[in-house]
Design a protein around this ligand. Structure first.
Ligand SMILES: Cc1cc2nc3c(=O)[nH]c(=O)nc-3n(C[C@H](O)[C@H](O)[C@H](O)COP(=O)(O)OP(=O)(O)OC[C@H]3O[C@@H](n4cnc5c(N)ncnc54)[C@H](O)[C@@H]3O)c2cc1C
Length: 446
């Protein structure tokens, strides 16, 4: 596998180098191959997107053309019906070439995945499913027929949104609701067609509650919705994660992503759904490793063909990188193969550990890649320094930041399920997104 650049080709790993392909469905293998065929073009575009902190619009055009917007959409709606684990594999392949494309693609895919997998949860009543059915059909149809792209702005920055109900609020008005609030880090801001807005419904005389979390799909041109602020970050610059202001944005019941109450009833019991940022960082880590191998062999296009493989120090560094990468990949693939509603405690702990390992490992690997390749590899003309900056962003992404994973794994390892709600250290902590087993409750919203 190779990356075509203006100056030549960069050899890259292929899925068979890290997956047992006999366990991969042919349709999925084909999708992975397709991404690797498109990837060199994504990689060639990545520098300008990063330099300008613009958006990989052309990559989205290509992904839409090839059908990837419907990857998680059920087949009866024209999509591919991939499982969560299969999505994760695709996301990681995209990220080998362009981290920002993979991270934003996750936001679109997550909106589709919520509609897909929450509907299938066994704890929904027939009435709830009947109310859910037309809402999801609406979103699936938009993504398939209009090639609509969705974003998922949930974060509110400084509002400690893992512990309190979302500060963005909706209030019932005649014919619907009005939404008011602010979203920080709204990836795809100004580039998506629809924003999936998470907010809290408020009622006169009552404190806002997690139980009243609502999800609305808001078209980009809806009056009252504006994108604000600069976007000049360290890494993942192509995500265009600017601020979103919502002022009296009017929505109706048709704009719900899912009916009232379903979010709180389902998401806490589908905890892998919040681990879907990790495919991006798994792929960035792989990209950095692939670059290192090519660099040490003198096979990076535009670089002098210097063979550096004879240095024992480089060989040891590559061994360390491979050992780390292979461990990350194995645990991560295992964890995503177990993604489902109502997982077991062991499955959730493996998922938390996978998330932690990937987010921490990606930055360690890119740092080691730079140290190993040396000074010239830091030049902006090469992709490694971008991967190094991009890899730094994963561990701080809520709700499963590395800090929070350290807390959750420790709590689940040391306490019985019946003790979770009384385990100390929960005061003002991030325990709302901690999985709570079958008792997964409204308290367990993101
Ligand atoms: C490139 C990029 C793209 C993004 N795209 C999106 C997007 O599309 N949609 C979206 O919703 N968000 C997005 N985010 C936001 C991301 O998920 C986080 O919400 C955000 O990075 C956290 O910002 P903060 O430092 O203001 O958070 P803070 O709330 O200040 O948290 C800082 C750190 O403190 C710790 N912490 C926070 N709360 C608690 C707590 N209650 N208990 C214990 N520890 C805690 C965490 O470890 C966290 O890393 C994006 C972020 C980045 C960097």
């Amino acid at each position: 596998m190779t990356i075509q650049t203006q100056m030549g080709v960069l050899p890259m790993s292929s899925p068979a180098d890290y997956y047992d392909m006999s366990r991969v469905r042919p349709e999925v293998a084909a999708a992975l191959a397709q991404i690797n065929a498109m990837g060199p073009v994504f990689a060639a575009r990545a520098k300008a997107v990063d330099d300008e902190a613009s958006f990989p619009t052309a990559n989205y055009r290509d992904l839409a053309e090839a059908g990837f917007l419907g990857l998680s959409i059920p087949q009866e709606f024209g999509g591919w019906g991939f499982s969560m684990g299969e999505y994760a594999m695709v996301g990681a392949e995209i990220a080998k070439y362009c981290g920002a494309t993979a991270l934003t693609f996750n936001m679109h895919n997550s909106s589709m995945a919520w509609s897909r997998f929450m509907y299938d949860m066994p704890n929904l009543t027939p009435d709830e499913k009947a109310a859910f059915a037309p809402l999801r059909a609406r979103q699936f149809t938009r993504a398939m027929r209009e090639r609509a792209i969705y974003s998922q702005p949930i974060s509110e920055g400084g509002q400690n949104w893992t512990s309190k109900p979302n500060q963005t609020q909706c209030r019932a008005v005649e014919g619907g609701w009005k939404i008011n609030g602010f979203k920080k880090f709204a990836s795809l801001a100004g580039y998506c067609d629809y924003y999936t807005i998470v907010c809290t419904e408020v009622f006169e005389g009552q404190e806002p509650r997690h139980e009243d979390t609502m999800l609305f799909v808001v078209h980009k041109d809806t009056p009252g919705l504006t994108v604000k602020g600069d976007w000049d970050p360290l890494g993942m610059r192509g995500t265009n994660s600017r601020d979103l202001i919502l002022k009296d944005v009017f929505v109706t019941a048709d704009d719900l992503l899912m009916p009232r109450g379903i979010f709180g009833k389902t998401l806490p019991n589908w905890p892998h759904m919040m681990a879907t940022l990790s495919p991006t960082y798994m792929g960035v880590a792989q990209g950095a490793y692939d670059f290192t191998i090519a660099y040490l062999k003198g096979q990076v296009p535009g670089q002098p063909p210097i063979d550096r493989r004879m240095y024992a120090t480089k060989r040891v560094a590559v061994s360390k990188m491979y050992a780390r990468l292979a461990t990350m990949r194995a645990l991560w693939w295992q964890a995503f193969s177990e993604a489902k509603g109502m997982p077991s405690k062991a499955e959730v702990m493996r998922m938390y550990a996978a998330q932690y390992n990937v987010m921490e490992g990606a930055q360690e690997l890119t740092a080691l890649a730079i140290r190993t390749c040396g000074g010239q590899s830091m030049l902006k003309s090469l992709p490694l320094e971008r991967m190094y900056r991009d890899s730094r962003c994963g561990a701080l992404m809520l709700p499963y930041t590395s800090e929070i994973m350290e807390d959750y794994i420790g709590v689940l390892a040391l306490y019985e399920m019946s003790e979770l709600d009384t385990a100390p250290g929960d005061e003002g902590g991030a325990r709302n997104s901690l999985w709570r087993g079958d008792a997964g409750s409204l308290r367990g919203l993101r």
